[in-house]
Design a protein around this ligand. Structure first.
Ligand SMILES: Cc1cc2nc3c(=O)[nH]c(=O)nc-3n(C[C@H](O)[C@H](O)[C@H](O)COP(=O)(O)OP(=O)(O)OC[C@H]3O[C@@H](n4cnc5c(N)ncnc54)[C@H](O)[C@@H]3O)c2cc1C
Length: 365
């Protein structure tokens, strides 16, 4: 494992899966490592069942290439309209299986699991080694900028007050329509009176099933399920397949890059000459009380993400994708959704491969 690689991708969530596959498909020797035992990240392991950020407000796919390929292979039904946005319902086990089969069938790609990035070595500004492995370029897809932090690169954090952690789990066996706001409110009122956290309901691809999200403590999940069973019509026989509840952090850390994407860029549907991805998801913030604040782009519009937001300001061979791109707290509150992570991941893989190719060292580090 100490043999050299052209590109190392740290983190195998939506962004890292896309980055590693696109880098390797460009013909450069690529290493993907993750501290977990398998690929998936938040999209595969936190109970989520809706892939957001793939579509514009008419339901048209915003990005081609790997984003489209992954979404089409993941889909078991059409995208669903939720107010002004579209989401693709998916099963998390299918997300993990698809990632695993794509990664294992990609030439030039080696995966290493159960391995944390704990050592990053530099020569001047450039990274030379990751965990003692010699590399030409690195893509930080850890969601919390672990590679960038290790070399002391400039980073920004998401505001924890406006991006609270949330507990996510599926509920099956529901005999009640929750597809409109009034129906959902009739469920939320008794929960609020009982002092339980407000729930957010998301589509689940299986019949009589929904995905529940709430901002709060993991140990409140059992109380929520017990309360619904005992007190809310249509939930008498509800059950979850989740065996262990935990709160997933929405907040992350972004690396300051050659361009800092801002909330103003998002809301103004800004376009860039070096655009590598499109996104139309609103700026979506969730406070600790479980209330969301959505700020939408103008109707029919999308913004672009420039290549410069995927390149670290101070390390020429460090690239970022997913939740770590160079963005302020408002911009990442839009660009963190998985559709955007797939698109920035794919672009980072291609950019890093071109960087290694242009330095004339691909395959010969
Ligand atoms: C509660 C919640 C609800 C959400 N709901 C939705 C939704 O409905 N739809 C949607 O599209 N998006 C949703 N999101 C946002 C979205 O899921 C994430 O922003 C997105 O999945 C991030 O992808 P990523 O690849 O950047 O990072 P992650 O998925 O976080 O992947 C990072 C990977 O890096 C690995 N890693 C971290 N540190 C190290 C290290 N030191 N060494 C090695 N590996 C490391 C981790 O193990 C992980 O596998 C939600 C997020 C949360 C938390």
């Amino acid at each position: 494992m100490n043999s050299p690689f052209d590109i190392a991708v740290a983190g195998s969530g939506a962004a890292g899966i896309a980055a590693a596959i696109c880098s390797a498909r460009s013909g450069v020797k690529t290493l993907l490592l993750d501290r977990r035992p398998a690929a998936g990240g938040i999209g595969g392991f936190s109970g989520l069942t809706t892939l957001c950020g793939l579509h514009d407000d008419s339901g048209r796919l915003l990005n081609d290439g790997f984003s489209r390929e992954f979404a089409e292979a993941l889909a078991e039904g059409p995208p669903v309209s939720m107010g002004k946005v579209w989401v693709l319902p998916y099963r998390p086990e299918r997300f993990r299986e698809l990632a695993s089969s794509l990664l294992s069938s990609t030439p030039n790609l080696i995966t290493v699991w159960n391995t944390s990035v704990d050592q990053v070595t530099r020569d001047g500004d450039s990274i030379t080694h990751l965990n003692s492995i010699r590399v030409q370029a690195v893509i930080d897809c850890t969601g919390t900028a672990e590679v960038a932090r290790a070399i002391g690169a400039d980073c920004l954090s998401t505001d924890q007050q406006t991006q609270s952690p949330a507990v996510v789990f599926p509920l099956h066996g529901i005999e009640r329509d929750l597809s409109n706001v009034i129906a959902a409110t009739q469920v939320l009122l008794p929960l609020a009176r009982a002092g339980l956290p407000p729930l957010n309901f998301q589509p689940h691809p299986e019949p009589n099933s929904i995905t529940v999200k709430f901002s709060g403590r993991a140990d409140q999940a059992s109380a929520v399920i017990d309360f619904l069973r005992a007190n809310v019509a249509g939930f008498e026989n509800c059950r979850t397949s989740c065996t262990e509840f935990h709160a997933s952090p929405r907040a992350g850390r972004m690396v300051v890059g050659q361009y800092l994407l801002t909330g103003d860029d998002v809301l103004a549907a800004h376009k860039f000459p070096d655009a590598i991805a499109r996104c139309a998801w609103p700026i979506e913030q969730w406070n600790a009380a479980g209330a969301s604040r959505l700020r939408h782009l103008p109707p029919g519009q999308h913004y672009e993400i420039p290549a410069r937001s995927l390149r670290a300001a101070r390390a020429p061979n460090l690239f970022m994708a997913g939740k770590t791109i160079s963005a302020d707290a408002d911009a990442i509150a839009s660009a963190r959704v998985m559709g955007c992570c797939l698109a920035t991941g794919a672009a980072a893989g291609n950019l890093a491969a071109a960087f290694v190719g242009s330095s004339g060292t691909a395959g010969h580090p």
